[in-house]
Design a protein around this ligand. Structure first.
Ligand code: F6R
Length: 609
């Protein structure tokens, strides 16, 4: 969850690369930060509690002139957010930054204390620097000391280490937490995530579990924990560096909401033939051949996309879909066999709960498919097949464009499955694909609601509780709308299946409880939701209705606010319906003055279970 960046190259560039890299990684963690730079063979360390700006203030009072260094932005696990617990942690000239959790740190700490090592923080990370120092003292080289240390450590880690003993190297080690190398001319980089290094290099190596990378200015090697050299492919990444800038928007979240038409189009393009009514996905045939059912898993927003995915797949391709939170499925006895296709949905592709659940299902015999946004991420490498969402880097912690691209992938997948099993005819295939291609334009239209939603947010931002209701395929959108509001504005919001309202939540409804109803027009569900509306009105609840269709205006007078979204094929309506809810959460957060892109307590990539 924390961000790591390391640089070895020219002295004039080090501080800048570290600071800019950390700035691009702040979304991974942001309760404290720090850097260590080796200058004339000495490790100079600077740390600060709070956001990166606090570190920058301190930096402006100091001068650094080393040609290699490491930096870190933290999301606290062991030990509160404080300068003392901020990384790097240093022992005898060895500085370490770490992302992950060391499970056996207490016993290692006890042993180190017995040997006389003094701990200056409450973190698990500090055992790493002391252990390395212990090996170095016994005469091991820097490399041997790192390998020896990580043979003793259990848990998950991505680390970058520099040492005064060999001040011309950065060593990185990974297990379960992401770590990449980026290669340049007479300079090399290490980072927890691609955006940190994107302006400098597109030549990326994704380290694998157990890899130890030794980085020098003009070369690198990768070994396993026993020192045997391993080869890793160099990938060329075509993400646009501008995509990780705000590009004139006040926040990444708003920018990413507005990028949805493009993101959805990019995710469809190149994968469909409108003429034949067919969808193409690489290497999918072996994975779906003979499947009897699907089990879909994810966390948070990605779980909501699984909920929508179930409706779409069961409706279009008639394959039964079961789903669960990735964090729950391992704690029951799910019925999984060779006829099961397990689908793991994850924007980052690194979420620990999702990865573990997927591996468990694989162990039980399932074939596995990842839907993810990050090339070569952990979950994509662990799956039998991958479908990428081409949303581009998502920096705002609250997921927006990744969600809508996940939904369009589920839609394309259901056409693919339907065509494969013969349940979708050529003609239906063509119609479905035509409907998909209308989405970017319809999303553009939905985004024109921006100003209207901004005004709505102004009217409602002082309320303390919200209820979101939806039914059928838009029930998950009610959950997603409530989640977005909670995350970025810290207002309590609950999402409910509209039919459940009378079974409990209706007790909450009064004039202080706005109710957001998500009900794009269709046949049955829409009419049923209108009865909910009357029940809420009868209890003086305030109603914001998100709906479509020409007749919508008939409801004026019966509700407090009507937000009219464009009409589209019902299976695709969640992609449109979620837009006003994303904007609503965004503007409420802006009015409340919260930190929209980096809400408190959250991290973009959740690599702990
Ligand atoms: C919500 C949000 C989280 C993530 C969840 C899973 O806005 O971003 O709920 O959806 O942490 O993350 P991924 O999709 O990276 O596995």
């Amino acid at each position: 969850m924390c961000g790591i960046v390391g640089y070895i190259g020219s002295a004039g560039k080090t501080v800048n690369v570290l600071v800019e890299g950390l700035r691009r990684l702040e979304y991974r963690g942001y309760d404290s930060s720090g850097i260590a730079i080796l200058e004339n063979g000495h490790a100079k360390v600077l740390k600060s509690e709070g956001k990166l700006d606090n570190l920058l203030k301190k930096l402006s009072l100091t001068s650094f002139n080393g040609s290699l260094g490491i930096g870190h932005t933290r999301w606290a696990t062991h030990g509160i957010a404080s300068e003392r617990n901020a990384h790097p942690h240093v022992s005898g000239g060895t500085a370490v930054v770490h992302n992950g959790i060391i499970e056996n740190y207490q016993e290692l700490k006890d042993e180190l204390k017995k040997k006389g090592y003094v701990f200056n923080s409450d973190t698990d990370t500090e055992v790493i620097s002391h252990l390395i120092e212990d090996f170095l003292k016994k005469g091991s080289s820097f490399e041997e000391s790192v390998r020896g240390t990580f043979k003793l450590i259990e848990g998950s880690y991505a680390v970058a280490i520099v040492s005064e003993r060999e001040p011309d190297k950065i060593i990185g080690v990974r297990r379960f937490s992401p770590l990449i190398l980026a290669l340049g001319e007479n300079e090399n980089f290490i980072a927890s995530d691609i955006p940190a290094v994107l302006p400098y290099s597109r030549k990326i190596i994704f380290l694998e579990d157990g890899d130890v990378a030794i980085l020098e200015r003009d070369r690198f090697r990768i070994t396993d924990l026993n020192g045997h050299e391993v080869k890793r492919e160099i990938f060329s990444i075509n993400w646009d560096p501008v995509a990780v800038e705000k590009g004139g928007y006040k926040h990444f979240m708003l920018k990413e909401i507005h990028e949805q038409p493009h993101a959805v189009l990019d995710t469809i393009r190149g994968r469909v033939s409108e003429e034949k009514g067919d969808v193409y996905f690489e290497d999918l045939e072996n994975v779906v051949n003979g499947i009897k059912r699907i089990v879909a898993i994810g966390c948070g927003t990605s779980y909501h996309s699984c909920l929508v995915g179930r409706y779409i797949i069961e409706n279009i391709s008639k394959v039964p879909v079961e789903l669960d939170f990735a964090s729950e499925i391992r704690y029951r006895e799910p019925i999984i066999d060779e006829g099961t296709l397990a689908i793991a949905v994850s924007q980052s592709g690194e979420t620990a709960d999702t990865s573990e659940a997927l591996l468990e299902m694989k162990k039980r015999g399932a074939r596995t498919l990842a839907i993810t946004n990050v090339p070569k991420s952990k979950i994509s490498r662990e799956s039998d097949a991958v479908i990428y969402t081409y949303a581009g880097p998502e920096i705002g912690v609250a997921s927006t464009k990744a969600f809508t691209t996940q939904l369009i992938v589920f839609y394309l997948l259901s056409i693919y499955l339907g065509r494969y099993t013969g349940r979708v005819s050529d003609q239906e295939g063509r119609r479905f694909i035509r409907d998909a291609f209308r989405m970017p334009q319809l999303l553009e239209m939905a985004l024109k609601l921006d100003q209207e939603i901004k005004e709505l947010a102004m009217e409602f931002y002082h309320y303390r509780n919200f209820l979101y209701l939806g039914r059928g395929i838009n029930y998950p959108i009610a959950l997603e709308g409530a989640l977005k509001l909670k995350e970025v504005s810290y207002i309590h919001a609950e999402g409910y299946a509209a039919g459940e309202m009378k079974h409990g939540p209706i007790a909450l409804v009064d004039e202080s409880m706005p109710v957001v109803i998500v009900a794009p027009r269709d046949g049955i569900v829409y009419k049923k939701i209108l009865s909910n509306l009357q029940e809420i009105r009868a209890r003086r609840g305030k109603v914001i209705l998100i709906t479509s269709g020409e007749e919508a205006h008939e409801l004026n007078g019966q509700i407090d606010r009507l937000i009219k979204i464009p009409d589209c094929a019902y299976m695709l309506s969640p992609i449109i319906a979620v837009v006003p809810l994303q904007l609503f959460a965004y503007y409420i957060a802006v009015y409340k003055g919260t930190d929209v892109d980096q809400p408190r307590n959250l991290a973009k990539v959740v690599t702990v279970e």
